[in-house]
Design a protein around this ligand. Structure first.
Ligand code: FES
Length: 125
């Protein structure tokens, strides 16, 4: 069996939603201390709905594919739904990740959570 599913390869080679949102409502940046990979997530939120999302990932193929898939999964969705997104759901949507690459999908979950926390913080100001 190939190491990566076709879906992982597709999202790695053609990542969706790559880039920066200059006037983002929430920005989250997380890193994995072990491998040194970094992921940054930008959210544009209107009336509690994530109307746009972009990411920048300095990382491995699984991290890039996970960020790409995660952005697709939360785009157009209510904030409350995005809060519940787990790395397991991202990995499942990618038709699986090799066991030793599951931690890469954790970055996507954490980056979205960090961006949502930033959004909540800004709202409270
Ligand atoms: Fe670092 Fe994949 S090896 S996120």
């Amino acid at each position: 069996m190939a190491l990566y599913s076709e879906t992982v390869m597709d999202h790695f080679l053609h990542p969706r939603n790559v880039g920066v949102i200059e006037d983002a409502d929430g920005v989250g940046e997380v890193g994995n201390a072990k491998c040194g990979d970094i992921m940054k997530m930008y959210l544009k939120i209107e009336n509690g709905i994530i109307v746009d999302v972009k990411f920048e990932t300095f990382g491995c193929a699984s991290a890039i594919a996970s960020s790409s898939m995660a952005t697709e999964m939360i785009k157009g969705k209510p904030v409350v739904e995005a809060m519940l997104l787990t790395n397991k759901a991202v990995a499942e949507a990618l038709d699986g990740l090799p066991a030793h690459k599951m931690h890469c999908s954790v970055l996507a979950e954490e980056a979205i959570q960090a961006a949502l926390e930033d959004y909540e913080r800004r709202k409270a100001e």
